[in-house]
Write a new protein. Sequence first.
Lengths: 424, 273
Amino acid sequence: MSAEKIMILGVNHKTAPVEIRERLAFSGDPGTPYRELKVIPGCEEFCFLSTCNRVEVIFVTSTPEETERTIRNFLFNNSMSYGEAGKYVYLHQGEAAIQHLFRVGASLDSMIVGEPQILGQLKQAYRDATEQQATGMILNRLMHKGFSVAKRIRTETEIGSSAVSISYAAVELAKKIFGNLKNKIAMLVGAGEMAELAAQHLMTQGVAEVVVANRTFERAVNLARCFNGKPVALEELIPQLEHVDIMISSTGSPDLILHSKDVKPLMRQRRNRPLFLIDIAVPRDLDPKLNDLENVYLYGIDDLNNIVDINKAERDKEAVRAERIVTEETLKFMLWLGSMEVTPTIVAIREKADEIRKAELEKTLPNLGNLSDKERMSIEKMTSAMMNKILHNPIVYLKQNDSHRDTKVKLVMIRKLFKLDNSE
Amino acid sequence: MGYLLFQITLFAYILATGGYIVYFWTQRKDVRTTARWILIGSGVLHTLYLIVRYIEAGHTPLTNHHEAVSFFAWSVTWGYLSFHWRYNVRNFGSFVSPLITGLMLIATFSSREIMPLPPALKSAWLPVHASIAIMANGFLALAFCGGIMYLLQERELKKKRFNGMFFTRLPSLEALDSLNSHCLAVGFPLLTLGIITGSIWAKQTWGAYWQWDPKETWSLITWFLYAALLHQRFTVGWRGRRAAIMAIIGFSAALFTLWGVTYLLGGIHSYVG
C-alpha cells in the first residue's frame, strides 16, 4: 500500500484567521459533509473533522490531484477560487499526513498545545465517519493508531499538564482585570469542553458563583449541577449580565448572541463594574465591537492564543519529546502500510506458519528417540508439505486479480485470520 | 549642615529611583527590597532635613518654593510608604519614585535662602494650613501615578498586547482602581481641610474668608474636580478609565494651583511657591 494515497486537507488557526474559519465551520447537521464528500469520485475513505480551530478532511485516494481539488472546492463552498483558498489551506500527503494526524490527536498542533479536547473531537469525528461508512481499512487503522499515539504521549510526557491552559489563559486575563476572583460571578453560555474547563478553572480560583445558560434548559440544569451553579435560560442572558462579571460563550449559534447595543445600557446598571467576556465559539458569539465599550473587555480564541504563546517555553520542552514519539509511531505506521501489499502479506503468512512448524518440530523430535538423518528429513519434508498445502488456497485467493477495493478487503481479512498484526 | 543633609537625601532618592527602575526592568525581588529600604532611608533623612531646616529658619519651613516642593516630595514619599504598609500594588514604586526625584530636583534648583517671615504669615495656622494643603497634594500625586498605571494597563488589555512591557508588570485594573479611590479617600478630605483652614486663616489675617485670589480660585477648581469625581463614583459608579483620567486632570489642576498660579497669575499667595 502506497502511503502517498493518504492525504489531509485542512485549515487551522495557524493558516486561516477566524473570519475564514467560521465560513468553513459546518455547524448544522453533521451528516451534510459526509453526504457531500461521499459522492466525490476517487475519495475512497475519508473522515471529516471540524472544531473551533480547524476543519480537516482526512482522505484516501488513488487520484490525489483531482480529489483534492474537488474537496477544496467543497470546503470553501466555492466562496473563493481554488487558488485563493490555497493561501489558507495546508495539504499533507503520505508520511507527512500520517504525522500530521498523530500530531493533531496528541494536541501538538492545537492552538493551546496539550489541551485535551481535540482527542475527543477526533474520536467523535471518527465515530461519525464509521457510522456513515466513510472509513475503510487504512483510515480505521490510522485513526485507531492516532488515538493510541495520543494516549501514549499523554502518559509519557508532561504535555497534558498544560491541559487546562485555555482556562489558564482565561484566568490569567481575569486576574489582570479583577485581581482577585473571589466574589465574582462567572457565566457559561453554551457548552463545550473548552468552555467547561475554563469555568472549572475559574471555580478553583474561587469565583463566588457560576451561572449556566443554555439553549436547552435541561442541559443548563445538568451543567449547572457540575459547577454547583445556577441554570438559566438563554433568553435571560442579557438581564443576567447585570450581575455577572465574567462570561464565557461557546454556543453553536450561527449568529452573534450578544451585541454591543445590548450591553451598553447595562453598564450603567452595573455601575460600570468591569465585564470580562470570552468568546471561544466559531462562528463568533459576541459582537467584536463590545471591546470598544468602556470597562468591557472582550477576548476571542485568537487572543487567548497570544497569552498561551508567552507561557510556551516550558511546554516546548515536553513537545519535543512528544514529537519524537510521533516520529517513531509514524515510522511504525509506514512499515505497516508497506506490509499492506499482497507480496509482503504472503511472506508474512509463510513466515508465521514456518515458525509454528519449527517450534512444534523442536518439541516433538527429541521424544522420538534415535532417528536417522533420513527419517528426520522425511518428517521435515512432511510438515513442510502440510503447511504448503494448507496455505495454498488462501494464497491463491489472495493473489487473484480483483478490483482495488476487493484486494484491500481480502488483505484485511487474511491478515486478521492469521493475526499478522500483533498490536490491537 | 542643612544643605549637606539635603544633598544626601537627594542622592538617596536618586539611588532608590534607580533601584525601582532596575526592578521594573528585571523584576528581581532582591533589587526591589534594596530599593524599598533605600527609599525608607531617604524618607527618614528627608524628615531629619525638615527638622534641621525648622531649627535653622526658626519657623515652619514652608514659606518659599524650595521648602514647599521639598515638603511635597516628602509627603509623596511617606504617603507611598504608608500605603505600602497596607496595599501591595505591584511596581507602584517604579512610577512614584521618579516623581519624588523630579520634585526633589525642582527643590534643588530653587533658592534655598532663608528669608525672614513676612508678618502676614506669623500665625499658628501656617504649619497647619500649609502642611495639610501640601500633604493633600502628596496623596493626589499618588492617585495620579495610579491613574497613569491604570491607563497603561487598560491600553494593554484593550489592545490585547500581552507581551508588552506593562501587561505582566502592572497590577490588575481593579487593584489600580481601588488605589485611586484609597488615595482620594485620604487626599480629598485633606484638600478640603486645607481649604477650610486657609479660609479661617484668611479671615483672621485679611478679614474675609474668601477673596477670590487666584490661588484660592484654583484650589477651589481643583476641589470641584475631585468632588465631581467622588460624587460620580458614589452615585453612578464612575470608575476605571474615567476615574483615572479625572485623577490625572485633577492633579494637573493641583500642580497649576501650586506653580501656575504663582508664576502666571500672581496674587496675594505668591510668597509661597
